[in-house]
Write a protein that binds this ligand. Sequence first.
Ligand code: FAD
Length: 501
Amino acid sequence: MAEHEHEHVRVAVIGSGFGGLGAAVRLRREGVTDFVVLERAGSVGGTWRDNTYPGCACDVPSHLYSFSFAPNPDWPRTFSGQGHIRAYLEHVADVFRLRPHIRFDSEVKTMTWNADRLCWDIETAGGPLSADFVVSATGPLSDPRIPDIPGLDTFPGKVFHSARWDHDYDLRGKRVAMVGTGASAIQIVPAVQPLAAKLTLFQRTPPWVLPRVDRAITGAERRLHRRLPVTTRLRRGLLWGIRELQVQLFTKRPDELGLVESVAKRNMARSIKDPALRAKLTPGYRIGCKRILLSSEYYPALAKPNVDVVASGLSEVRGRTVVAGDGTEAEVDAIVFGTGFHVTDMPIADRVVGADGRTLAEAWAAGGMEALRGASVPGFPNWMTVIGPNTGLGNSSMILMIESQLNYMADHLRQLDVLGGRVVLDARPSALHAWNRRVQERMKRTVWNTGCESWYLDANGRNTTLWPGTTTEFRRVTRRVDLSEYEVLRTAAVKKAEVSA
Ligand SMILES: Cc1cc2nc3c(=O)[nH]c(=O)nc-3n(C[C@H](O)[C@H](O)[C@H](O)COP(=O)(O)OP(=O)(O)OC[C@H]3O[C@@H](n4cnc5c(N)ncnc54)[C@H](O)[C@@H]3O)c2cc1C
């Protein structure tokens, strides 16, 4: 077979989580049917397929954490669990007839810009293909991060990450070390504490935890939502509006978050009576600087006699003994890492090779992750990322941001149609710098820059993950592609034809 006799599609979408499935629906709505969704796993769902740990649930109410174009009147709880969200995404794949486009077990190994053909050559586990346009929706929280702990490889017990839960391993009666106190860990602790003989929690930094007001959605509410779909939209609108108002506090007036801190302190005081434990669990930074967590079960679980909180990170493993940075030791049967993901060093960046032969990771090596309007990177023409740099949220639903980015994708494709023929768009470095300057300038006033260590910050301490504004603003700035921010590239053949015309 000649070199480029493999399959060619107009659009290749990578990933089948909310981002990839949303892109697929949007492409069909735009009349684009020549596309594939490349997924490394064997089913859709992304985050909600991979995170099956006990207690896994969403921190944003279900009616907001769902696609605007696929409302679900039947959400069973105000905050849905992983199983229901996964089922919702399977349902979306069916209802919008996306399955014929999805290629499972097709991990993308490399995507290389082909300057002669103005397309992306893609190597996947299922074989090669090429595409005019790539939508990279591989997720910011999809590759688990386990810290490099000396001695871990010789630990004789069980080790796993929260996002790769080993359901064959029975934690009942075991001595368990839980490493980390982030969003996953605080859901795992209350689920594991009643089973484990002993639970030792390694806490580098305590989180701020607000009560979680979760309840079953009644049959009457669901019937109402089914009969009067406008009520689902109203409910969503209310949930969204409250969060839009909160954003101002995070991005402009962090000093006024003190009141929220007192609610969190009361949440702790209700369950933690021991002053020494309370001191360990009280954060020393402004609420919101790290992600605010929601749980009404975390502190009650920590107060139980079979739980020890070690106010220090795990630093070494010696046989069955886990050793904290402060020297505390515990003998354990299993170590569960709730240590997050490769966020600011996402592995897909090593697999994308742009126009000048550099990988995306190399392009980002000096200044950290950056993308024009969270999507486009100079030197990576006709390529965009969903939930790219500075598109994350501290307090609302990522689905809102994904849908905004899909508006941008749709307009990108429309602009290419208008320009016609073998034409591609490459973000101008000057446009990216101007965008990033504005984003980083605004970042200075936010609560996330008030001096705490968090996964929002990269190795240089720069916040390359969050959006320092409202979701409304983001929707506005991603509505249209501004062609002055892009260079229009044409194939040599097209250029020649233009000259002779
Ligand atoms: C435990 C947990 C709880 C969360 N809770 C919330 C919440 O309450 N509210 C909120 O807004 N957000 C939450 N998030 C963030 C969540 O990740 C996003 O809301 C959203 O699900 C991201 O969707 P995505 O499609 O961009 O990424 P993902 O859902 O991560 O999907 C990415 C997909 O890409 C695939 N993939 C990756 N690399 C490749 C490759 N090389 N080739 C082929 N396929 C590949 C993966 O297998 C995966 O299916 C949570 C995340 C986690 C982990």
